[in-house]
Design a protein around this ligand. Structure first.
Ligand code: EPU
Length: 302
């Protein structure tokens, strides 16, 4: 979707917003899949309520993009504009055992920055691509930990009240890859409280998690991480593997040979290819195990 009204284009700089016309979402997602639309890069949080009022008043639908690492976007010209926070400087501010982190901060860099300040707890998230805001919204987790356990405060734009608010950690529920945030809430910043640990000890944990991830996941390839959630008490990857589906493909959309719950873009896969493969695997798993797999990846299809 293109913003054609010149009045809107002219109002954006004052709101701290940069317009990048005709951006390819395939360049902004780890899967390397997705069509084109206008991208609005937000440089100051305070301008967000006015920006959204402006878009709504002009009937322009929007979506919020984080780091694009857990996202499957449709092909072609997309029917909404995309909003994304620009990265601030600094991304993280440490205060005792608290880390104040901007939602646009890179997750991996945040984990290592906290580690260097003797703050641990997030070792399992090392190697998970994306932003802190995305990890927060999905309650990202790995190797027995989840980010939600450390959240003390969240600054967010709430579409329902049309304003920026601060929530305490205990006002938010964090479940397996799910939170109580509304779909149109936009994460802006988070205050984490992390356990104090010597850097060396945290580094040892980081190395173990890195090694486990390297040995079981296709890290060098374009993917969105696990495509399905694990059903209670079971592993989606193991079920797909047991059906002998590693390597199965639709065009360049392919099930990884390394981890069967990672679907990779082996070249120029389209969203249509990927969604066809996903639907096929869901059906096969349902037939074999009577289990309905749920998407773990967020799908933005027109
Ligand atoms: N397995 C297979 N074949 C496969 C893949 C896995 O037999 O192709 C078996 C493994 O041998 C193991 C079991 O399935 O016995 C579980 O596998 P793994 O330890 O790789 O964990 P997972 O349940 O597949 C989850 C998260 C990952 C996270 C890892 C590590 C989900 C959907 N996946 O994977 O998160 O990195 O644990 O904690 O919860 C993601 O969210 O995108 C993601 C990759």
């Amino acid at each position: 979707m293109r913003i054609e009204n010149p009045g809107i284009g002219a109002a954006l700089p004052e709101l701290g917003v940069e317009l990048r016309s005709g951006s390819a979402l395939s360049d902004l997602t780890s899967l390397g899949i997705g069509g084109t639309t206008d991208l609005l890069r937000i440089k100051k949080h305070e301008g967000i309520p006015d920006l959204l009022n402006l878009l709504d008043a002009n009937g322009i639908p929007h979506r919020f993009l984080g780091g694009g690492s857990n996202l499957l976007v449709g092909d072609g010209e997309l029917p909404w504009v995309v909003l994304q926070l620009a990265k601030p400087e600094p991304e993280v501010v440490i205060d005792g055992t608290f880390a104040q982190v901007d939602a646009a901060a890179d997750l991996g860099r945040t984990v290592t920055f906290c580690a260097k300040n003797d703050l641990g707890g997030m070792e399992g998230l090392i190697g998970v691509p994306g932003t802190v805001g995305g990890a927060l919204r999905m309650n990202a987790g790995a190797y027995g930990m989840q980010i939600g356990s450390y959240v003390r405060e969240v600054k967010l734009y709430r579409a329902a009240g049309r304003k920026i608010e601060i929530l305490r950690g205990d006002q938010i529920s964090f479940e397996y890859r799910h939170t109580s945030f509304a779909p149109d809430d936009m994460m802006l910043a988070v205050k984490l409280e992390l356990p104090s640990k010597p850097f060396k000890e945290i580094l040892a944990g980081i190395r173990i998690c890195n090694e486990k991830r390297r040995s079981s996941q296709p890290l060098g390839q374009k993917s969105a991480g696990c495509i399905f959630k694990n059903p209670p008490g079971a592993s989606a990857g193991r079920m797909i593997d047991e059906l002998g589906l590693k390597g199965l493909n639709v065009g360049d959309a392919r099930i990884s040979d390394r981890h069967a719950n990672f679907f990779v873009n082996a070249g120029a896969a389209s969203a249509k290819d990927m969604l066809t493969l996903v639907a096929d695997v869901r059906e096969r798993v349902h037939k074999a195990f009577a289990v309905e797999l749920e998407h773990e990846v967020v799908v933005w299809n027109a």
